[in-house]
Ligand binder design. Sequence first.
Ligand code: SDX
Length: 452
Amino acid sequence: MGDALLSTHAYSKSESLEYGELKMSNTIAIVDSRNGKQADLPIVSGALGDPAIDIAKLNKELGLFTYDPGFVSTCSTKSAITFIDGDQGVLLYRGYPIDQLAQHSSFLEVAYLLIHGDLPGPAQKTEFEHHVTHHTMIHEGLKLFMNGFHYNAHPMAMMVGIAGSLAAFYHDSLDPEDPQHRMITAIRLIAKMPTLAAACYKHSVGQPYVYPKNNLDYCSRFLDMMFGVPAEPYEVNPIAAKALDLLFILHADHEQNASTSTVRLVGSTGANPIACIASGIAALWGPAHGGANEAVLKMLNEIGDKSNVARAVERAKDKNDNFRLMGFGHRVYKNFDPRAKIIREMCHKVLNELGIHDPLLDVAMALEEVALKDDYFVERKLYPNVDFYSGIIYKALKIPVEMFTVMFAIARTAGWIAHWLEQNAAGDVKIGRPRQIYVGPKSRDYVPLGQR
Ligand code: SDX
């Protein structure tokens, strides 16, 4: 499908979308007790959530930096895409509550919403789905690249490499300054991630790649590429496709999480959008972030039985043991992760519909019950997060555990690209360049070798 047919009217909206401006409500006086100097800094607020101190002038006026490893209390940007209220367990995509989107929407409709700022009308939905469907194929040269990986390469290792290499095939449309380039790349990434993911899986099991079929919907096409074989027709289970679509909706975006912040930081250098998404995939891989879903299933298998749950909880509390309850805790949610609630209910529904009884679900439920009554977890407000139950559903869909974070990356590509578009459409992209507190040696003279 030639890109010349990519109609621009459907995409011009995100270019002209009015982003909420920050409102200055008041000032806060910062007084340096060492010399009595004072800086009056603006307090700025957005549409929802806590206001913030605009510290842009702090260093100039008081010669001070702020220090906040892990950015616990730091806003890196303003955004109109996703809102999270960690205390109330609220998650909104462009103002729409996640539970309503989970119930009524589809992943591609949510991808459109995240990118364009509003739900698509019928014509826009059809056009967006048409474009995604007709950009799912990958260059044949990529198969040669794939074949270079060792058969037991971790799929995330392959995804980081193979996704980044897409830039080598589209060097004529990667200019972040060009709205058409921005949009065609957004479509290509959303369209091709499932194809790349399925190819990584096929490579790992030594089976031939299955080409994307345009007559299937987004998730059915992915399952067909994952589990179809040339030897016989493959019938996609609609229950599995629906469950996958719902998981993709729930994983599509999540404000300034580590991988999205990485995409924005890389994007602030003017790097091409494909390189930015590849950096997001790499950041997502960590077990503290998107790698947690794979780690949860390994943990549940290690626990093995409900009788071992109490011991696991004790280990998680023991500071001398680096064992953590994977899938528990969250930087923002100090209440139940609303996505975890939806996925927990989905677990029962999907396993029942597929006629599967997975003892790991019993272990997970028992772990949740014990932990949520334990003071250590209650005091620290540690609740199950999005990763705690998702792996049980992926396992029921026969997706191998090494592919779990790849599934997360497919879904999060919609959020990553929406944030990249928002940052670039705003036009005033400043390169991200945090400072530090230097704790190394003071200036000293070189010591000749003979005197060391
Ligand atoms: C995702 O940011 C996002 O939005 C991410 C995400 C998204 O959609 O993009 O939601 C997806 O990454 C979900 C999180 C997946 N990660 C895990 O499930 C890994 C296990 N969880 C933790 O490693 C931890 O809870 C984090 C990384 C999620 C959050 O870490 P924080 O906010 O830095 O909290 P912390 O490490 O400072 O913990 C606070 C306290 C500590 O104890 P004390 O020092 O106060 O005694 O809680 C303890 C921690 O030791 N703690 C845990 C724990 N998580 C935190 N103790 C046991 N088990 C855990 N899982």
